[in-house]
Design a protein around this ligand. Structure first.
Ligand code: DSN
Length: 441
């Protein structure tokens, strides 16, 4: 039963095109590492963190000791050391914790590592493009810590003046930059300067959406601009397995010994906050798949992939603009776009999402800044190019996709016609099937 459903999902992915900006298609090697016997193994604790500079062979030659609570770790220690070493190389970090099960777990671990209950975090509101885990009232962290929100301005950019004023007034213990629906490049150096005037303030970047663009050299790295910590998921632009990752700058020491609470010790404070602070056994099959994906991202081809993701997003934005779609912020500097389809076509985002599902194009309904509509039928949709670029689509294909979006928006606004939807579905399927999934190769 489950096997058949997985096969049906494979067919859905093959025959359709994925435009959700936080999704991607992994390689066969990543998929196989995920589905390996490593899922049988407990490995609570950490491998040894010494000797992680250098290439893979050097990392493996140096040590295979660890601080683990179970025997039989000769392979898991090596796998996790390689994952850590590759992540450090990819993101110029002093340390990497590869164990978070998700981006939410990664963010919560950083909060737990640095904050006391009631401490203030300055972050972007969910409504303006932030993330649930950045203090949305429904989350556990919002019950424990005091989240204060800055917004985006009318131009779609972070309101840096508001951020600076709030930092002065609230003295946050964390300033958090990083978003789920933001199309500009944050000015990390400007935020670092603001934070420098706040005592004991940790600079944290949640780069889940753009980590692959950072790895591919087309987006700045916050760790290069004075940020202490960067969290990310590993499955979006980074094109790895579903999971989380925490990168940090500072002194790396033995996680069994509690260090003094200083910004310098943040790598070890985070290790202790991940395990045993907020998680138990790490998912070594996922960590192996992360190591494979980091290895892929270290290759020169990945830089070319990242460049194409951004070029495709720009081409898609332009093709949508000339087809009268309203693009929030006027365009994009990264992999994603936010469209206000209520203002351009008089349809809500959820209806448009469902109409596109019928033709095999997948995206998600999304609120736009200062949206007056309810979350389940917001004014906008969010879409992006990481997955279709992996599939090999180019800028000319983005014009075709924009055309399908325009025709579907008209069908959706006009009540729809079954035959017209079916004809569009055939066109999408033909393009999709001519670009196999990477795991089919
Ligand atoms: N749920 C992710 C997204 O789609 O942006 C963020 O974690």
């Amino acid at each position: 039963m489950i096997f058949e459903l997985i096969e049906q999902e494979r067919v859905r992915q093959r025959e359709g095109l994925e435009l959700i900006p936080s999704e991607n298609y992994v390689s066969r090697a990543v998929l196989e590492a995920m589905g390996s016997v490593l899922t049988n193994k407990y490995a609570e604790g950490y491998p040894n963190f010494e000797g992680l500079d250098g290439n893979d062979d050097e990392v493996l030659a140096r040590t295979n000791e660890g601080h683990r609570y179970y025997g039989g770790q000769e392979n898991t220690n090596k796998i996790e050391r390689l994952a850590i070493a590759r992540a450090r190389r990819l993101f110029h970090a002093d340390h990497a914790n590869v164990q978070p099960h998700s981006g939410a777990q990664a963010n919560n671990a950083v909060y737990y590592a640095w904050l006391k209950p009631g401490d203030t975090v300055l972050a972007m509101s969910l409504a303006d493009g932030g993330h649930l885990t950045h203090g949305a009232p429904v989350t556990q962290s919002a019950q424990v810590y005091n989240f204060v929100n800055y917004d985006v301005g009318a131009d779609g950019e972070i309101d840096y003046e508001m951020l600076e004023r709030l930092a002065r007034e609230c003295r946050p213990k964390i300033i958090l930059v990083g978003y789920s629906a933001y199309m500009k490049i944050p000015d990390f150096a400007r935020v670092a300067k603001i934070a420098a005037a706040v005592p004991d303030c940790l600079l944290m970047a949640d780069m889940a959406h753009v980590a692959g663009l950072i790895a591919g050299g087309v987006h700045p790295n916050p760790l290069d601009s004075g940020f202490h910590v960067m969290t990310t998921t590993t499955h979006k632009t980074l094109r790895g397995p579903r999971g989380g990752l925490i990168l940090s700058r500072g002194k790396v020491s033995n996680p069994l010994k509690k260090p003094e609470r200083t910004l310098e010790n943040i790598p070890t404070l985070i290790d202790r906050a991940v395990f045993p602070g907020t998680q138990g056994g790490p998912l070594e099959h996922v960590i192996a798949a992360k190591a494979v994906a980091f290895g892929e991202a270290l290759r020169p081809e990945f830089q070319s992939y990242a460049q194409k993701v951004v070029a495709n997003a720009r081409a898609l934005a332009e093709a949508l603009r000339v087809r009268a779609f309203t693009i929030v912020g006027g365009g994009t500097d990264n992999h994603l776009l936010l469209l206000d389809v209520m203002s351009s076509h008089g349809i809500d985002g959820k209806s448009f999402e469902r109409a596109l599902d019928r033709i095999g194009l997948t995206l998600n309904a999304n609120a736009i800044p200062r949206d007056k509509r309810k979350a389940f039928a917001p004014s906008g949709v969010r879409l992006g190019t990481p997955a279709v670029t992996t599939r090999g689509l180019d800028e000319a294909d983005m014009v075709t996709i924009a055309d399908w979006l325009q025709r579907t928006a008209k069908l959706c606004a006009g009540g729809g016609d079954e035959a017209a939807y079916a004809a569009l579905r055939d066109e999408v399927q033909e393009l999709a099937l001519s670009h196999p999934l990477p795991s089919d190769n």
